[in-house]
Ligand binder design. Structure first.
Ligand code: DAH
Length: 338
């Protein structure tokens, strides 16, 4: 009988189907609109009238049997496919992880951020001045007129007769005092430029300037603040010492040393046996500078300080050549991760 043959043929082909796609094709071959079982039903009109009900019943039974068969096989094939997929996705937890390169902040940025953090805690606000300055802000207003010998202390890159690349963030002091009346408490970080180049000097480097102007500000306030700075920046046991110095914009002027963190002040190669390391310049703001900015020096006084950020970074991390900070060698930079 044709139906029995078809059942056998379809079952054989369906069982041989390897995946759900092949199985679907077999199903269509028999049960689809143009499939073999459907064709049987369509051929019904050629059958004698009285034989039709029995024939129809048999074909329907065949269709149902096949549908059941396909449903069962589909389930099996899907299960097999899922198992194969999961086996392919097997994770070997013992394999070494994939290494992702993690960036780190540059030591100069780290020190700058630390300084801002530290001085913000003492009430300082950040002010950033321009890198291209006029002679007036960089020198003249800072009590360093054209013929002043102190101009030779800083080899200047001139852009025009009037404009230059600032040699010091001190220029920002004037801009702040012109804009703001005391009390003033600002911190001014930024790049500065000098025609200078050796193991500890670079033509471009960073400074951090500080300025405090108010009534009754004294050198003691400066020293107290510096002690706090040294303890937070270097070590809890750090001490500071002031040495007389000269800057045209401060009077008196001082150079500030911090006890050597490497040897605790006993004397070593880093501090050249002295136990002290020079970290910044500072002083009481010169009366002339206050006057230049329209601040009455009889009513107000102030202190200022300026430090090289590279220098602090070199001291803090034991870096012996300033060039390392600009060469961008990742073997060097990688060492500054937290
Ligand atoms: N501007 C000075 C320099 O670049 C550093 C300095 C010294 C800044 C004394 C100050 C200061 O504010 O009071 O060498």
């Amino acid at each position: 009988m044709e139906e029995v043959d078809l059942l056998q043929e379809a079952t054989q082909e369906a069982e041989a189907a390897e995946d759900s796609r092949a199985l679907y094709e077999v199903k269509m071959k028999f049960l689809g609109r143009t499939g073999k079982v459907t064709a049987l039903l369509k051929g019904m009109k050629e059958i004698a009238q009285e034989a039709r009900p029995a024939f129809g019943k048999r074909v329907n039974a065949l269709r149902e049997a096949l549908e059941e068969k396909f449903a069962a096989l589909e389930e099996k094939v899907k299960q097999k496919e899922l198992e194969k997929k999961l086996a392919g996705e097997n994770i070997d937890v013992t394999m070494p992880g994939r290494h992702t390169k993690q960036g780190a902040l540059h030591p100069v940025t780290r020190v700058k951020d630390r300084l801002i953090d530290l001085f913000s805690g003492m009430g300082f606000e950040v002010f950033e001045g321009p890198e291209i300055e006029s002679e007036y802000y960089n020198f003249t207003a800072l009590n360093t007129p054209a013929d002043h010998p102190a101009r030779d202390m800083q080899d200047t890159f001139y852009l025009t007769e009037e404009f230059l690349l600032r040699t010091q963030t001190s220029a920002g002091q004037i801009r702040v005092m012109e804009q703001k009346k005391p009390p003033i408490k600002i911190l001014s970080p930024g790049r500065v430029f000098r025609s200078d180049d050796d193991a500890t000097h670079s033509p471009m480097f960073h400074q951090m300037e500080g300025l405090v102007v108010d009534k009754h500000i004294t050198l003691c306030d400066l020293q107290g603040m510096l002690d706090e700075f040294a303890k937070k920046m270097f070590s809890e046991t750090s001490k500071t010492r002031l040495r007389p110095s000269y800057f045209p914009f401060t009077e008196p002027s001082v150079e500030v040393d911090v006890s050597c963190a490497a040897c605790g002040g006993k004397g070593c190669s880093l501090c050249k046996g002295t136990g002290w390391i020079e970290v910044l310049g500072a002083g009481m703001v010169n009366r002339r500078v206050l006057e230049n900015c329209g601040v009455d020096p009889d009513e107000y006084s102030g202190f200022a300080f300026g430090m090289g950020i590279e220098r602090i970074a070199m001291l803090k991390y034991g870096i012996n050549n300033i060039k390392l900070l600009t060469e961008n060698d990742t073997r060097f930079l990688e060492q500054f991760k937290d």
